[in-house]
Design a protein around this ligand. Structure first.
Ligand SMILES: *Cc1c(COP(=O)(O)O)cnc(C)c1O
Length: 415
């Protein structure tokens, strides 16, 4: 696997571009993504399916920058949405609506209508009440909605509780014990074509075991649904495969997993869909920041940087770990300390009691594996303008989202 962030002549690069060169022109902080790494990871999924009818639908919520979506669209990707705003982005980026699936537990009538009018592939529906609303909207528009039921297979994804979705106690999906009745009732509703089932059990799975367990339950379910005379032509296995955030973690064998899915579904006449987000973009991105100050409080040593939790909230929200690398490689020893941002919250940290490379005032550093659930979760908290996004294309780079200005901060407000 290509790792886009490596030292060349002691300077941290993203592919063919020194990150310090970008910093010199754009200032800090900024997000940077490698085009080549994103495409390589997308192709790993796509190619593993081989001849099996399939569609890889990138989960837009992981990284919704138009340039990222556009390069995936050109490579043939479909998209998995969780809002009308994401559909707007996909269309603006040139995505093909026929390759789009619309997920999410709380879609509105406006979102149903937008999806129906643009001709998306299908809606992943999560409750009988939602089926009834979608049926009403489709009937009013004299259109037909293709639907897959999102099944909650009651599998423990063994991941962080905030990103685990496949247990009965989570809000997601329809209890697998109730799916047959809901499917049969839904198939009778006007304006709907029930044609598939989907499941998505959680995120950051470093082991495909729980996904294989869910697949077994889904295949048994498909057998029962077909036995009852119901039509199933597609199976959406969701997303959720993880990435190594820490050196001791290893990335799951994506290709092997997909090939096993193909083997287990061979001859069933199912189009396979998958919805990876993190595993396509996380390792392709980094957040680059500058050290403002160092300070000591008692025994504690702090490195204060110009990026903060409003730019990258994963450490605060999920206790997530991001490796921190100085842009200039150093052979000096490591010291223990915290890396923190300027936001007025004790939860504003990127690392706690971590052995850190030498980082002095003015030095630049990169927080790695920040391409997924990074910029998309950024906010303007503390009235901090959101940072720019940069796309590296081989040995060139361009800004694909401008740094926000103070005027952007107050846009739409009145006194
Ligand atoms: C978030 C989400 C995904 C993507 O999950 P990753 O862990 O980023 O691969 C896929 N499908 C659904 C329904 C989601 O909510």
């Amino acid at each position: 696997m290509l790792n886009p962030f490596v030292y060349q002549n002691s300077e941290l690069h993203c592919d063919g571009v020194a990150l310090s060169a970008i910093a010199a022109q754009t200032g800090t902080p900024f997000y940077v993504y490698s085009r080549d790494a994103i495409l390589e990871r997308y192709r790993e999924y796509h190619e593993a399916f081989g001849e099996h009818p399939h569609q890889v639908c990138f989960a837009v919520k992981a990284n919704s920058n138009l340039a990222v979506l556009a390069l995936l669209a050109r490579a043939g990707a479909g998209f998995d949405l969780v809002s009308g705003g994401e559909l707007y982005r996909v269309l603006a980026a040139g995505g093909d609506p026929a390759r789009v699936v619309f997920s999410g537990v709380g879609k509105t009538d406006e979102e149903f209508e937008y999806g129906l009018r643009t001709g998306i592939h299908s809606f992943n529906c999560e409750s009988p009440a939602e089926l009834a609303r979608l049926s009403a909207v489709a009937t009013r528009l004299k259109l037909t909605a293709r639907v897959a039921l999102r099944v909650n297979p009651d599998v423990d994804a063994s991941t962080h509780p905030y990103i685990s979705t496949g247990l009965r106690e989570n809000k997601f999906g329809i209890d697998i014990a109730e799916v047959e009745a809901v499917y049969a009732a839904g198939a009778k509703l006007p304006g709907l074509t029930l044609s598939g089932v989907s499941s998505h059990i959680g995120s950051q799975l470093l082991d495909a075991g729980p996904l294989e367990e869910a697949l077994g339950k889904m295949l048994a379910l498909i057998g029962r649904l077909r036995g009852a005379g119901l039509t199933i032509d597609h199976l959406d296995i969701g997303g959720g495969l993880g990435v190594p955030y820490q050196p001791h973690q290893t990335r799951p064998a994506v290709g092997e997993f997909i090939r096993r899915v193909c083997e287990r579904t061979a001859g069933l006449g199912l189009t396979l869909m998958t919805e990876p987000g993190r595993s396509i973009v996380a390792e392709a991105g980094a957040l680059v920041t500058r050290v403002l100050y160092r300070k000591r409080n008692g025994q504690k040593h702090f490195v204060i940087v110009d990026a903060a939790m409003n730019d990258l909230i994963r450490p605060s929200l999920y206790q997530a770990h991001h490796e921190i690398r100085p842009l200039r490689e150093s052979s000096e020893g490591m010291t223990a300390g915290d890396v923190v941002g300027p936001v007025c919250e004790s939860g504003d940290f990127f690392a706690k009691d971590r052995l850190l490379p030498p980082l002095d005032s003015g030095d630049l550093a990169a927080l790695l594996t920040a391409g997924a659930y990074g910029f998309v979760l950024a906010s303007n908290y503390n009235s901090r303008p959101r940072v720019p996004e940069i796309l590296v294309e081989g040995s060139t780079w361009r800004m694909v989202r401008d740094r926000e200005s103070y005027a952007d901060l107050v846009r739409g407000e009145t006194i």
